[in-house]
Design a protein around this ligand. Structure first.
Ligand SMILES: Nc1ncnc2c1ncn2[C@@H]1O[C@H](COP(=O)(O)OP(=O)(O)OP(=O)(O)O)[C@@H](O)[C@H]1O
Ligand SMILES: [Mg+2]
Length: 270
């Protein structure tokens, strides 16, 4: 088959392959599209933790975005963690130049462990500029709390926080419910016209490394192929759900999910 669309991913590298740009490339590829990248940082990590991080300079990130897009025009862009004010400004500047309208922002700010990953100045730029530039923002609960200051304890609070994000200029919001203690997980999709709550039974697994990265890349891929944002979210949630439930159980810590769940390998190679 030939790729159905082209997706540019702006995110950091995860050497363990479960999250970050590696998860993004696998997702875009396994869903049938062509992946391009602008690497924002190099991390040395495995399923038990992060050993070191080396940031890429803002100029080099912009070069990757602009020079790549000049030659092969992306149909959609997925943005992952932008860890400093300078990088955010640089990415914004590049986005203004390349004029791609379908942009999914995963505003990575808080790690699974609860650690804050970006400083206050970056949060400020995200709230004042980046949020208005993108088609959809996909915060998890701690990130939505940090941006809106709404304390989230249940799905009503999630709707309230999502409405605050619209007030800040977001066009569409998918607030992910993975962090609420519940047997049913609820992800809230919301814009000025509609609210849709996607419900899934929580899968009891320690191997959920990269669910957020995978979800936003899957949304970007479906959206780049012409699906509506709501439909893209629904299909991406189903893809992540199957990826968690068929996880390969690699590593001693929080292992990866199974991006290959869409792929059928020719019997000759089995
Ligand atoms: N145990 C689980 N069972 C089923 N679905 C899950 C589980 N954990 C997360 N999800 C789903 O995975 C998606 C990502 O949600 P989550 O809240 O984990 O994002 P995140 O915190 O940004 O992830 P990450 O830690 O990778 O950045 C959502 O659709 C969520 O409902
Ligand atoms: Mg996340």
């Amino acid at each position: 088959m030939k790729p159905k669309s082209k997706v540019l991913i702006i995110a950091g590298s995860d050497s363990s392959g479960g999250a970050g740009i590696q998860a993004d490339i696998k997702t875009v590829t396994c869903l049938g599209s062509y992946a391009m990248t602008a690497v924002t940082a190099l991390t040395s990590q495995n399923t038990t933790g992060v050993l070191s991080i080396i940031p890429v300079t803002p100029k080099e990130i912009s070069n990757q975005i602009e020079f790549t897009s000049l030659d092969i025009k992306p149909d959609a862009i997925k943005i992952g963690m932008l860890h400093s004010e300078e990088i955010m400004k640089s990415v914004l500047n590049s986005l203004n130049k390349i004029k791609i309208t379908k942009i999914i922002l995963d505003p990575v700010m808080v790690a699974k462990s609860g650690t804050r990953l970006i400083d206050n100045k970056s949060v400020k730029i995200l709230k004042s500029h980046l949020i208005k530039k993108v088609s959809l923002i996909t915060p998890n609960i701690p990130e939505a709390e940090l941006i809106t200051k709404v304390k989230i304890k249940n799905v009503n609070d999630m709707i309230l926080a999502s409405k605050q994000l619209l007030k800040l200029g977001a066009k569409n919001v998918l607030l992910k419910g993975g962090h609420l203690r519940a047997t049913t997980l609820q992800d809230v999709f919301l814009n000025k016209k509609e609210i849709k709550i996607f419900k899934k039974k929580k899968i009891n697994s320690k191997n959920t490394h990269g669910t957020g990265c995978t979800l936003s890349s899957a949304i970007a891929t479906y959206y780049s192929c012409g699906k509506t944002l709501k439909k893209s979210c629904e299909m991406a949630i189903n893809y992540v759900n199957l990826a968690i439930s068929t996880g390969p159980n690699f590593g001693k810590g929080h292992g990866p999910i199974n991006h290959l769940n869409t792929i059928k390998i020719n019997k000759k190679f089995k």
